[in-house]
Write a protein that binds this ligand. Structure first.
Ligand code: SF4
Ligand code: SF4
Length: 462
């Protein structure tokens, strides 16, 4: 092991130790502003007295009753009780977001792709107008004036079926206006087919455009080649110019799937911010259909170290009053500040569903053609029994080891698809990252509280 990797291992191991699960009710952490705690119930951050820290750390084999007694004596338990959310499993949630697998085919051949090079392990196909129209009508079916829904286009590569994207967007906007419902649009694209006309269209409808990029230049080309061979990076770069230059209403984000081959996150983040993306986010590849490019423990150690270096740069820039759109951290800080307290990792299988080209309804875009997430179809409707059972089983407090993990209401238990297919190989990484985010939260709140001025939330309590 060389010096750099020894330093990496040491830093990350310290973080793992500090963020290890001890008491499910509370997580203690230190900054130069003294000891703080995240109360799991309610997701509130408090400055805490050193005496409480000593008492909690002094418990030989802490059980829930002992910890509860200390928290009650300190007053923290009653402070938190007002922030408690409903933790019962969701039943019959209203549908508020759909993603359409508008083209189950792709022109790239990424080795790790959850959609198996675009066709989800089936015959390559495109969604028909009839299926898309039925999906949009289903999305608005239960809405009332003032509600908000979201429609996104995915694939494969959705722009292979461009005319349908345009037509469906116009239909959804017309229905939204007639029903006085707000609609947001999104697309996740590999960027190779984007045109200036697409940029105009996405701008007109205020799309959230996410471009999948796994690095810059040769790094990206190795991971995301064209099916016939050859790199895709130069083509994407040329296509990005009209998109980034026209963006006023639309947002343009880069999403990086992190594999063992592109762990240089710090450099990638800077390069993609310099290109002009409005936000840049990283997501580890934890479960691929072939097992190729999945992250193992050593890879996650390196990723955590890199994420922290990205986060430290975010903090430096933010304290200097400059915007630094590292979305993993900006989103985590918002969630901590708002006291986000969620019993699921996302809206999959609840308010959000994926529609496949053949009109089936799936828990999300990633479950297309996967029996573990089949929820019904557009013709016969959503199977509420299947949905409610799925949601009941997947609630974070019913998962092991989540129910005894302090991070459970910030994490939500991990991506359902990855957990079902690979388990939970990244818990140390998740807790280490959240521990760092909590420390950054306290730094910013102490040194630049105006950063949170626009986020409705509870301030740091003491
Ligand atoms: S998946 Fe999340 S909540 Fe569950 S044990 Fe891992 S870090 Fe904790
Ligand atoms: S289950 Fe996973 S892939 Fe699907 S929406 Fe949730 S986090 Fe995303």
């Amino acid at each position: 092991m060389n010096t750099a990797s020894t330093a990496t291992a040491t830093n990350v191991q310290t973080l793992y130790e500090q963020s290890a699960p001890r008491q499910p009710q509370i997580h203690l952490f230190e900054t130069e502003y003294g000891p703080h705690a995240l109360m799991a119930d309610g997701s509130q951050v408090y400055a805490v007295a050193p005496e409480l820290v000593a008492a909690l750390e002094g418990l030989a084999t802490p059980d829930a009753a002992q910890v509860d007694a200390l928290l009650a004596t300190s007053g923290l338990a009653s402070e938190t009780s007002v922030f408690m959310a409903d933790l019962n499993p969701l039943t019959n949630p209203p549908l508020r977001a759909l993603s359409l697998a508008i083209a189950q085919k792709c022109n790239l051949g990424c080795t790790y792709c959850y959609a198996q090079a675009g066709d989800f392990g089936d015959v390559a196909k495109s969604m028909s107008w009839e299926v898309a129209e039925a999906a949009v009508e289903r999305l608005f079916e239960d809405t009332q004036p003032g509600d908000r829904v979201n429609l996104s286009f995915m694939g494969g590569e959705p722009l292979i079926n461009r005319p349908l994207i345009y037509k469906v967007t116009e239909l959804a906007m017309a229905i939204a206006q007639a029903r006085q419902v707000k609609v947001g649009f999104g697309i996740t694209t590999n960027g190779t087919l984007l045109t200036a006309a697409d940029a105009d269209f996405f701008e007109r409808y205020g799309f959230a455009v996410t471009v999948s990029l796994d690095g810059v230049g040769a790094t990206h080309d190795r991971l995301r080649p064209f099916k016939g061979g050859g790199g895709s990076y130069d083509r994407i770069l040329a296509n990005l110019e009209p998109l980034l230059s026209r963006a006023r209403q639309m947002s343009v984000s880069a999403r990086v799937t992190v594999t063992p081959q592109n762990l240089n996150l710090r450099e990638t983040l800077q390069d993609l911010i310099d290109l002009g993306f409005h936000s840049v986010g990283f997501s580890p590849m934890l479960s691929s259909p072939t097992g190729k490019a999945e992250m193992d423990t050593a890879d996650l150690d390196i990723m955590l170290q890199q994420m922290i270096e990205c986060g430290q740069e975010f903090e430096r820039q933010t304290l200097a009053g400059r915007r630094y759109p590292f979305s993993n951290l900006t989103m985590a800080l918002q969630q901590i500040h708002r006291g986000t307290h969620r019993p699921y990792p996302c809206g999959a299988g609840a308010g959000y569903m994926g529609v496949s080209a053949d009109g089936n309804l799936w828990a999300c875009h990633r479950f297309v053609n996967d029996a573990a997430g089949l929820m019904g179809n557009l013709e016969d409707g959503l199977n509420r029994d299947v949905q409610n059972q799925w949601l009941a089983a997947r609630q974070v407090d019913r998962q092991e080891p989540c129910k005894s993990c302090w991070a459970r209401y910030l994490c939500g238990g991990g991506c359902h698809h990855e957990v079902i297919h690979r388990g939970r190989p990244a818990c140390d990484y998740i807790r280490g990252w959240l521990h760092f985010c909590l420390q950054t939260y306290v730094h910013l709140l102490e040194q630049r509280p105006e950063y949170f001025a626009s986020a409705p939330a509870t301030p740091l309590a003491s």
